[in-house]
Write a protein that binds this ligand. Structure first.
Ligand code: HEC
Ligand code: HEC
Length: 356
């Protein structure tokens, strides 16, 4: 009997809640009207206007995103009232729809998304841009730049920036891009997911699984050559490192696993004539992009392991690798390909994007 009464009360409360929040009349409900600000735009987001006074150069959660959520969303999406299952009052809670694409989809009233904050209300064009840039800029938490991202932490470039020596393996240009591309994807070894406590985004964290001068005693190297597929890294279905990449990691560790970088002083060493897709372009993608853009788990649907996959996105590649405005910076917002690699890809495109 008592159980039945409880159930009835619970059901009753649920019905009220669902009615109050999903019914078309929801916004007439005083509970919500009082919280929803008058400034909610009544017209849709206009993607053609760049709102003046809307600075989207560096966006972070604390200063820019949380206030938008508080203004429009937390009346229904809070820790206590998690409508739709979303708590938009915290960083971690906001990341969930941000990463699944639902945050932008819903505020843009995109097809296939539930329109937010409501069917006939829109957040402003500037606010949409802020959310969009925040996502593109890897979900920074604060103005200091802490982030969850797959991508953020730059190696503190050490004093040892020398002229490139072909016999030396350099962390900044050869090891880090490989690690970020193949290990630091969201869900694996980025700062938030940190599977098994391992973070592969920067020198300090990578060194936690490296014993300088001792490749065979380094967890990093051992994981690359492990024959047990459960333990081999990168984990299946992401393809294993090829022999050249494994040898590179070995050599870097054997040379002392330094946080080193180099610059090429001799100009003209970058050949860009008669570029070949398979010999010039693909190897750049293999070392810098394929951990994220592969056939089995292509980020943003982009597969850069094949000619056809590359062709289908070729119009966006130069913008993204040069970190041009309006493009998502690749391979990450803090790591850029070398000028020579950029020139090679650009030359291949200008030479007719041949499948050679
Ligand atoms: C009046 C209450 C209310 C407000 C205000 C509100 N939401 Fe929602 N939201 C809901 C409800 C209820 C659902 C679940 C609807 C459903 O599942 O049918 C939902 C679902 C969502 C979803 C999932 C959408 C999808 O397509 O699956 C997202 C994302 C979301 N809200 C984000 C926001 C954001 C961002 C804001 C502020 C701009 C906001 N909401 C403001 C009530 C609200
Ligand atoms: C750590 C994972 C990761 C790496 C490494 C990476 N990408 Fe991406 N890339 C993404 C994600 C996620 C998106 C889609 C989200 C976005 O637009 O920010 C994307 C989007 C893109 C886009 C579309 C950008 C746009 O503005 O339309 C291009 C082109 C691209 N990547 C090329 C590359 C190239 C070339 C490399 C290597 C030089 C690379 N990516 C390395 C994760 C990655």
């Amino acid at each position: 009997m008592r159980i039945n009464i409880k159930q009835t009360i619970t059901t009753f409360i649920l019905i009220i809640l669902v009615f109050a929040c999903t019914h078309d009349g929801a916004l007439l409900n005083p509970l919500f009207t009082s919280r929803i600000n008058d400034t909610v735009a009544k017209t849709p987001f206009d993607s053609t206007t760049t709102t003046s006074g809307c600075d989207t150069t560096k966006i972070n959660y604390v200063e820019h995103i949380k206030p938008i959520m508080t203004k429009y969303c937390t009346s229904c999406h809070s820790t206590n009232l998690k409508l739709g299952g979303y708590d938009l009052s915290t960083y971690a809670g906001t990341l969930i729809p941000a990463k699944s694409g639902k945050l932008l989809g819903s505020v843009l009233h995109g097809t296939g998304f539930i329109p937010m904050p409501s069917t006939n209300q829109f957040i402003s064009t500037c606010e949409v841009s802020l959310i969009k840039r925040w996502i593109e800029q890897a979900y920074l938490v604060d103005s200091v730049g802490s982030s969850d991202t797959a991508i953020i932490v730059n190696p503190p470039v050490t004093p040892s920036v020398n002229t490139c020596n072909p016999d030396t393996v350099y962390f900044a240009s050869q090891i880090l891009p490989l690690m970020v591309s193949s290990c630091a994807m969201s869900g694996c070894h980025d700062v938030i997911s940190k599977k098994d406590g391992v973070i592969m985004t920067d020198y300090t964290n990578i060194m936690k699984i490296v014993k300088a001068n001792d490749p065979n005693g380094s967890k990093l190297y051992k994981s690359l050559i492990d024959t047990d597929l459960e333990d081999r890294m990168p984990m299946s279905p992401i393809p294993p490192f090829n022999q050249t990449q494994i040898a590179l990691v070995y050599k870097w560790i054997a040379q002392g696993a330094k946080n080193n970088a180099c610059t090429n002083t001799t100009s003209g060493t970058c050949t860009t004539t008669n570029m070949s897709f398979s010999k010039d372009v693909l190897p750049i993608f293999t070392s810098n992009c394929n951990g994220c853009h592969n056939a089995v788990a292509p980020s943003a649907g982009i597969n850069l392991t094949t000619y056809s996959g590359t062709i289908s996105i070729s119009a966006r590649i130069i913008g993204s690798i040069t970190h041009a405005a309006g493009f998502s910076p690749m391979p990450t917002s803090t790591i850029k390909l070398s000028d020579c690699d950029i020139s090679k890809i650009s030359a291949w495109i200008n030479q007719g994007k041949l499948n050679n």
